[in-house]
Design a protein around this ligand. Structure first.
Ligand code: ADQ
Length: 470
């Protein structure tokens, strides 16, 4: 059986904080052999060209260091100030600095050079996310002929947003160097296909060099998931129960509305608090009877737009407190720190409403984890953005347009008033969907599709082969 080489920007850390993705890929690597390759997290002046191997909790990990300047251009610059906002359709928040692209390509080339000597001819290489789009091109340039797959964890942009990205044509050509490109949702495959079709010769100046040939690249959606049964267990574990008891003491009769996110402008946090404010303003019976808890640890806070959304959220929370708080009741709590999975599972279980309202999201695993953690006899209600990839899977959630805070406020009201029977019915369908899309099957299905034994034969119905447009 071929080895699997997983490549991502960062390698997984030590300890129990690892998310579902790391756990699933760890399992895959244990079954098939291989290693995980990525940046060590260290910035040095003169990085070695050779990767260092380390055993991290039984996982074989190969790491390289980067220079501070390269890392800045590649990570905070091109990846997170250009690709992330554009792929999330927030061109207004993109900052374009021309030299970042060089750093982005340079780090991808450095990854390729360090990976090359570690590869065996039949290894399957699985590259993760937007930081590493050019990696297959760089490996191919060094003579690598292995099968290489790419998985995009974030949404694929619409054409206009794609065209606003500097060097988008090269990036699309880079994607055509992969044998398999996996997306979160059908929505993303459709957007990708649109690019391939849009550049058909009739729409172009006729210069064949402008076109990208996707004839050897298979593109399909592989919606990622969590491990809902593991969350079901975790939600009744001692650590989760401790968190529930701690909350119970302060909650009394109040129903908990919960948001859990990385603090990121794509997650729609100010809009979410505004919707909650409207719920309290529209219907006074909820005052004193509900409490919103938003858990949102800062992320990427060297980037100005992230600090700005943090300030906006502080202001929104302050406004709602000022408007509704009383000496003996506060409408919301905002916690800027991360919690371990067991504590989160406890919070998910306690929450009568899981409020997951990103403006745009690849999948959103919090939605999956919330569903997994519910009490089957008394489940809470998932209020979910229709712009999260998860909306394609969870059609019995209350789906909302997160930009429309009146609609989200009404969804909150419906969720809080929903009778038990309807909650159970909706949750059972959600739990079935979460199980169908669990993370282990996700990883297996991607690798099976990438492996040569299941290479393209043209008969599988849900595979999209993009015709050559050259
Ligand atoms: P993220 O943008 O980080 O991931 P999400 O899928 O919601 O978004 O969360 C990933 C993990 O982080 C979850 O396991 C969750 O428990 C954890 N997490 C989030 N907030 C937390 C908090 N406050 N404290 C502790 N843990 C927290 C990207 C894409 C998503 C895609 C995932 C996986 O943006 O769209 O679903 O990758 O592919």
């Amino acid at each position: 059986m071929s080895r699997i080489i997983v490549v991502s920007n960062r390698t997984p850390g030590k300890g129990p904080t690892a998310g579902g993705l790391a756990v699933a890929l760890r399992k895959t690597l244990a079954e098939r052999e291989g290693f995980w390759f990525g940046w060590s997290g260290k910035l040095v002046e003169h990085p070695s060209e050779k990767a260092r191997f380390e055993d991290i909790d039984g996982l074989s990990v190969a790491q390289i260091d980067l220079t501070r300047d390269d890392h800045h251009a590649y990570y905070a610059g091109f990846s997170n100030s250009i690709l992330w906002p554009s792929f999330h359709l927030r061109l207004d928040l993109a900052t374009i600095e021309a030299h970042w692209y060089e750093g982005y390509r340079g780090v991808n080339a450095q990854f390729a050079r360090a990976l090359l000597p570690l590869l065996k001819p039949d290894d399957l290489i699985w590259v993760h996310d937007y930081h590493l789009i050019p990696l297959a091109s760089e490996l191919r340039a060094l003579g690598v002929r292995n099968r290489i797959g790419f998985y995009l964890h974030i949404p694929f942009p619409t054409l206009d947003a794609l065209y606003a990205i500097p060097h988008h044509q090269e990036l699309m050509r880079d994607l055509s160097r992969y044998d398999l490109v996996g997306m979160q949702a059908q929505r993303d495959v459709t957007a990708f296909t649109e690019f391939a079709e849009h550049q058909a010769p009739s729409n172009l100046s006729g210069d064949p060099l402008q076109t990208v040939d996707f004839s050897r690249t298979e593109v399909a959606s592989f919606p990622i998931g969590s491990d809902p049964d593991a969350f079901a267990k975790l939600a009744v574990s001692p650590a989760a129960t401790k968190m529930i008891k701690r909350m119970d003491r302060v909650m009394g009769v109040q129903k908990l509305v919960l948001g859990v996110d990385r603090l990121d402008y794509s997650k729609g946090l100010p809009q979410r608090v505004e919707a909650y404010e409207k719920l309290l303003a529209n219907d006074s019976r909820f005052r004193r009877n509900v409490h919103m808890l938003q858990v949102a640890p800062p992320s990427r806070d060297t980037i100005k737009e992230y600090r700005e959304v943090s300030d906006a959220l502080d202001a929104m929370c302050g406004r709602v407190m000022g408007r509704f708080a009383e000496p003996d009741w506060s409408p919301l709590t905002y916690v800027k720190r991360a919690y371990g999975q067991a504590s989160l599972a406890g919070l998910y279980r306690l929450a009568k409403v899981g409020l997951v309202t990103p403006l745009r999201d690849g999948m959103n695993l919090v939605a999956h984890e919330y569903v997994g953690s519910q009490d089957p006899k008394d489940p809470g209600v998932l209020v979910l953005s229709r712009f999260a990839g998860a909306a394609e899977i969870f059609d019995t959630a209350i789906l909302v347009n997160p930009f429309d805070t009146d609609e989200t406020a009404e969804a909150l009201r419906m969720a809080l008033d929903m009778p038990l029977e309807e909650r159970i019915e909706r949750w059972q369908a959600l739990m079935n969907a979460a199980r169908r899309h669990n993370v282990e099957d996700w990883s297996k299905s991607f690798i099976e599709r990438l492996a040569p034994s299941t290479a393209p034969d043209g008969t599988t119905r849900d595979i999209l082969y993009l015709a050559s447009v050259a």
